[in-house]
Design a protein around this ligand. Structure first.
Ligand code: MEV
Length: 478
């Protein structure tokens, strides 16, 4: 079947063509139908079953002004190695092309006495530069000290039980060994690697919602992020609970227990890491007319502001996540899970607050970060994606706890770089310098022009207008 008939037959968007139509007629048929606006707003059916080519054609024709250009653009981003492209195609459904992010590296991170070059995947111009600058700064002042505060992950079976609470408690205590035993086929390998189920307990949530309870599980997943492991254990717990509840004498005569859902939690406050830097306040570089101790004092104030003012805290923490997400993505981890967990942690007191802390005591400046991070260095994308494998190799093939520490150092470095600029010379100077190449690319500058412009803006303030004006001057040769 050719593409047009494939599309025509597999979408409700087009009426069915008469059998026997030739390709050109079919094309005209589809194009004329496409013009019928009311039908264009119809949903498409069976899209996922189309070939990749057909999906591209369909999207290009239905949604874009220049379908041929769209198709070419999407193809331009395919990998020339068909096997590698197929690998990426199969990560998700309905893949049309690849979406590039630059993969950069921030060298000179001294973490617990070891030097790292940290791979970062991010599009924001100043982030890698800031990380590299911060790393170098702290390299000269003793580096980052990090430690893992816990590696415990959480999963829950959410269920309803409208019956007697004490009887439910006795039932859960009685079935705990059976829950663990039934999960053994799932946990065997993890236990061999030193992980497994750390414990399960009944949590009474009936104050929050009538009849609502949880089976709250704690897990150790070693170097795996562990989402599949935890979810599989939880679904087994659910099956065991239902089976045992139906026959267990503790619940005789009680109404049935109803399972709502079984799923891990991305809130992992006990899978947490701490990173810290410190030096004499006088060893902080004097900047913007301020002495080292004055810079230290202003850094502490900046953290205090973020700690008591949610509007500032969100931006402050966003800067931390610039560093964290970039490493999380480069190492093939789930940045949405990390984001959700970190922000929940920032709001654990009931107010959204700073993730970093800072102090000056006895002339010593300390700056630290504590964040929950559920990361993996085995399984999932970490073994599949060639660039992720490379990123992990550059990091020396870290264990998950080691990666937690590296990621925390990157987050702390990023926050330090941002605050240091903010409380001294302001953020725009460095930011716009990094943004200069983006502006030049937007303006279609050639390599020679870029070199001349970068040289000029070493001593001039970058703004969009200033770049436009100076490029004009350069081009006019005046
Ligand atoms: C920009 O991506 C991040 C900053 O806004 C962070 C901050 O304000 O602390 C510079």
């Amino acid at each position: 079947m050719n593409i047009l008939s494939e599309i025509a037959c597999s979408t409700t968007f087009y009426s069915r063509p008469k059998p026997g139509l030739r390709a050109r007629q079919l094309q005209r048929f589809c194009v004329s139908l496409k013009l019928q606006k009311n039908e264009m707003s119809q949903p498409v059916e069976g899209f996922s079953k189309l070939s990749k080519e057909s999906k591209i054609r369909f999207i290009a024709e239905r949604y874009t002004a220049h379908p041929e250009q769209t198709e070419n653009l999407l193809r331009q981003y395919w990998n020339t190695d068909a096997r590698l492209q197929q690998l990426h195609d199969e990560f998700i459904e309905n893949t049309l092309s690849n979406f590039y992010l630059p993969l950069g590296v921030a060298p000179n991170f001294l973490i617990n006495g070891e030097l790292y070059a940290i791979p970062m995947a991010i599009e924001e111009s100043s982030v890698v530069a800031a990380a590299g600058k911060s790393a170098k700064y702290w390299l000269e002042r003793g580096g980052f000290n990090t430690r893992v505060l816990g590696t415990e992950k959480i999963g829950q079976v959410h269920f309803y039980f409208p019956g007697n609470r004490e009887k439910l408690g006795r039932f859960i205590e009685a079935v705990k060994p059976i829950l663990l035993q039934d999960a053994q086929p799932i946990t065997r390998n993890m236990v061999r690697r030193g992980g497994g189920i750390l414990g399960v307990e009944l949590r009474d949530k009936t104050q929050a919602m009538e009849g609502y309870y949880q089976l709250h599980g704690r897990f150790e997943t070693r170097d795996a992020m562990g989402a599949n492991f935890i979810n599989s254990c939880l679904e087994q717990f659910s099956a065991t609970l239902l089976r045992e509840a139906a026959v267990h004498p503790a619940l005789a005569g009680e109404p049935p227990l109803e399972i709502l859902m079984s799923i891990l939690s991305n809130y992992v406050p006990d899978c947490r890491v701490r990173a810290e830097v410190s030096c004499p306040a006088s060893a902080l570089e004097a900047e913007g007319g301020l002495s080292g101790p004055q810079v230290a004092q202003r850094l502490v104030q900046a953290v205090q502001v973020a700690d008591c003012e949610p509007y500032r805290a969100v931006t402050h923490n966003k800067g931390i996540m610039n560093g964290i997400d970039a490493v999380v993505i480069a190492t093939g981890n789930d940045f949405r899970a990390v984001e959700a967990g970190v922000h929940a942690y920032a709001a654990r007191s009931g107010t959204y607050r700073s993730l970093t802390g800072a102090s000056v005591e006895d002339g010593v400046f300390r700056f630290w970060l504590e964040v929950p991070l559920a990361l993996g260095t085995v399984g999932g994308l970490t073994t599949l994606h060639p660039l992720v494998r490379l990123a992990l190799e550059i990091l020396g093939k870290p264990s998950a706890p080691e990666l937690m520490q590296i990621v925390a150092a990157a987050g702390l470095a990023q926050n330090f770089a941002a605050l240091r600029s903010l409380v001294t010379v302001g953020i725009q100077r460095g930011h716009m310098k990094m943004h200069l190449l983006n502006i030049l690319n937007q303006l279609g500058a050639n390599e020679g022009e870029k070199l001349a412009m970068v040289a000029f803006f070493k001593t001039h303030t970058v703004s969009h207008n200033a770049v436009v004006d100076h490029l004009k001057t350069l081009r006019s040769g005046t």
